[in-house]
Structures are given as C-alpha cells and as structure tokens.
Design a protein around this ligand. Structure first.
Ligand SMILES: Nc1nc2c(ncn2[C@@H]2O[C@H](COP(=O)(O)OP(=O)(O)O)[C@@H](O)[C@H]2O)c(=O)[nH]1
Ligand SMILES: Nc1ncnc2c1ncn2[C@@H]1O[C@H](COP(=O)(O)OP(=O)(O)O)[C@@H](O)[C@H]1O
Length: 199
C-alpha cells in the first residue's frame, strides 16, 4: 500500500542560487543501503539524511531519532491524517514514512537531501519532484543478498522471508532508476555513488 499526499511546492526551485535536490536511494533489504549511507555521511557531512518514521520495533543498537523515529501505529496514522509525510508506505508489515517539513526545508535551503526508502515511496518521490536523482543499489546475487540479511542476524525468519520475497520484485524495477550500482565491493560502490552525486 502506498499513498502520497498532495505536495504544495516543487522543492527544486529554479530561482534559488544554490538549489537543493532530492536524492532517492533504493534497493532490496540487506543490499547494504544503510552501510553505504553511513559511510557516505562520514565522507560528506554536508549531506542531509532524512530520518524516517516507522512502526517497526528498534533493532539492537538502533537509536530513536537517529536511525528512525520509532512510533506506534496509531501515532503513524495520526501523522498521515495530518499530512505530515511526503510519502509513506507499508513494507513487510510495518509503516515507514518521510517527514515532509524537515525535508522540504532542507531542500529549499540548498541542501542535497538523501532519502533511503523502498520502491513504492521512491516511485512517488520521483514522480512528484522533478530533478530528483534516483539510485538503485543491486546485490551481486540473490544468494549473497540472503546471506547478508542472515549475517546481519537482526530479523526473524518470518521477516527474512518477507524481505527476500519483496527483494525479487524490487530488483525487477532497477531499470526505472537513473543509476544502478552493484554493491559488491563496498568501497567501489561508495565511489560510484560519490561519482553520481558529485561528478
Ligand atoms: N517508503 C518508505 N520506505 C522507507 C522509509 N524508511 C525506510 N524505508 C524502507 O523500508 C524498508 C525496510 O527498512 P528496515 O526495516 O530498516 O529494513 P532493512 O532495509 O532490511 O534494514 C527499506 O527498504 C527501507 O529503505 C520511508 O520513510 N519511506
Ligand atoms: N559490500 C558489502 N559486502 C559485504 N557485506 C556487506 C556489504 N555492504 C553491506 N554489507 C553487510 O550486509 C548486511 C546488510 O547491510 P545493511 O546496510 O543493513 O542493508 P540495508 O540497509 O540495505 O538493509 C550488513 O551486515 C552489512 O554489514
């Protein structure tokens, strides 16, 4: 399920001397998006990473407000009703959403704003915001993807099965994105993302 709320302004304004931009990073669960993001933010602290809200329970070590805003389903539904999300989606039984105001403010102040979100949300952002740069991260193989999810050892069998099933559908959509990057060697993938963002 996916719903996008009406967007009041085009975040990519022509008038701004240093226009900000939305960057959407997508790819199947376990491909290494979070790891790549962490490294990218270390190298480029000027990027703004949008922290999403989710109804998923925190994994060990995850920090509220840093990895996600962990909220209840009723609170999430209330925020949806109030139009507080730029986009939101249900993934593997939980809701995930991008806070509208913080992201639009950052883009309007000239920042590169990175959204690490799943396929349906990425499609909606791409459609709604002209000038969005969309990147799809691919695994070297499905076997490697499964062993990364298992190696992370933070999901139940049920959650792993749902992620793997969804992964196959998501990978089919990779061609819709501006750029496809295979996360085989982490540093090569990171360099490829940097080259895409900064030329
Ligand atoms: N549409 C949407 N997807 C999100 C958002 N935040 C995270 N996701 C995606 O939700 C999926 C599940 O995330 P998570 O539970 O952290 O699992 P992981 O990707 O396996 O680490 C991933 O594909 C995330 O990119 C969001 O705000 N909106
Ligand atoms: N290039 C890579 N080679 C090997 N393992 C990787 C690579 N990138 C990420 N990983 C590992 O794969 C697992 C899943 O990565 P994670 O960043 O949590 O994925 P995602 O955010 O896409 O779900 C983690 O244990 C991570 O350390």
């Amino acid at each position: 399920m996916m719903q996008v709320l009406p967007i009041q302004s085009d975040a990519h304004t022509k008038e701004s001397p240093s226009p900000g931009r939305l960057i959407v990073l997508t790819g199947p669960s376990g491909v290494g998006k979070g790891t790549l993001m962490q490294e990218l933010l270390k190298r480029h602290p000027e990027l703004y990473y949008s922290v999403s809200a989710t109804t998923r329970s925190p994994r060990p070590g995850e920090i509220n407000g840093q990895n996600y805003y962990f909220i209840s389903r009723s609170k999430f539904e209330q925020l949806v009703a109030q139009g507080e999300f730029l986009e939101w989606a249900e993934f593997a039984g939980n809701y995930y959403g991008t806070p509208r105001e913080a992201v639009l403010n950052q883009v309007q102040s000239g920042k590169l704003v990175v959204l690490e979100i799943e396929l349906e949300g990425a499609r909606q952002i791409r459609t709604s915001f002209h000038g969005t740069l969309s990147i799809f991260i691919l695994p070297p193989s499905l076997n490697e993807l499964e062993s990364r999810i298992r190696g992370r050892a933070q999901d139940s069998e049920d959650a792993i099965a749902r992620r793997l099933c969804r992964a196959q559908e998501e990978i089919q959509a990779a061609d819709e994105f501006d750029v496809q990057i295979v996360n085989d060697d982490l540093h090569n993938a990171l360099n490829a993302i940097e080259a895409t963002l900064f030329g």
